[in-house]
Design a protein around this ligand. Sequence first.
Ligand SMILES: Cc1cc2nc3c(=O)[nH]c(=O)nc-3n(C[C@H](O)[C@H](O)[C@H](O)COP(=O)(O)OP(=O)(O)OC[C@H]3O[C@@H](n4cnc5c(N)ncnc54)[C@H](O)[C@@H]3O)c2cc1C
Length: 298
Amino acid sequence: MSYDVIIVGGSFAGMSAAMQLARARRPILVVDAGAPRNRFAEASHGFLGQDGVAPAAIMREALRQLSAYPSVDFVHGRATAASGELDRFEVTLEDGAAHAARRLVLTTGVTDTLPDIPGLAERWGQSVMHCPYCHGYEVRDRRIGVLANHPMSSHQALMLPDWGPTTFFTQGLVPVEAELAGKLAARGVEVETTPVVDVLGEGLAISGVRLADGRTVALEAIFTAPQTAPTSPLAAQLGCAFEDGMTGPHLKLEPGQQRTSVAGVYSAGDTASPMHNATLASAAGVMAGIGAHQSLIF
Ligand SMILES: Cc1cc2nc3c(=O)[nH]c(=O)nc-3n(C[C@H](O)[C@H](O)[C@H](O)COP(=O)(O)OP(=O)(O)OC[C@H]3O[C@@H](n4cnc5c(N)ncnc54)[C@H](O)[C@@H]3O)c2cc1C
């Protein structure tokens, strides 16, 4: 089947792109593997009108609304390959089916890699988090740990005191020299240079961390910035350029309308930005949808 646009990745960015194209009455296909990045969290926060709603419920409603548009097809599954050029792209799915399109929108998100510390990964999205704007309010006034994972982790440590009393675990990654020590002290942040080796607590809750020297520090929440990598290989297969963000590589965009370095390939959301947030992904998805649509006309 041939489409005007194939959107790979049907979450905040992809569904927002799809909505613009659907309303422009273009034949489009949305392919989605159903594993959005925030699936580990019970509730999504800060998205206007959807604060506190479960991520899956937001997407169910988006799918319901988009399904009302007759020019939209959906496939629940993974795209494994993309090839071609402007006006002649082909996307292959895991079941071997191949679909053609004049434009592509890649909104496949990123995958997180957490520090390799026992007890951390299983609490991801519950009591271990990365974004204070998303989940800080829910742990307000509790004892918070910031676990360094790269040299910019001090940025996170300087922010967290707005939500609760903060201890910064440098993990040997962040040298706390005089200037940084002064800033952390001014924000009331405690600094712990002995590495965390274990996260403690019942079930998904955290009661503290164990340090390499055997001491324990009482905590109720941990913030850490995971390393991120593009979830799908499609952009790389097409030859799209990448650049380095703070936590990992993301697609490099040309000025205007979410264009990648490959003509006819648009992208949005976490995989095309150093700033990861559902609203920002959605807004960029709107622009990618508009960009792909207008490029079919002008
Ligand atoms: C634990 C956690 C909690 C978060 N909470 C919040 C919050 O409260 N508020 C907020 O604003 N932000 C939050 N975020 C950030 C938010 O999840 C992301 O910014 C947002 O999901 C990015 O949207 P996206 O559409 O770019 O990617 P995603 O939502 O990650 O969606 C990408 C989609 O593409 C699909 N996909 C990937 N590869 C393929 C392929 N090859 N074929 C087909 N489909 C594919 C995936 O299955 C997925 O459905 C949170 C992140 C995490 C990790």
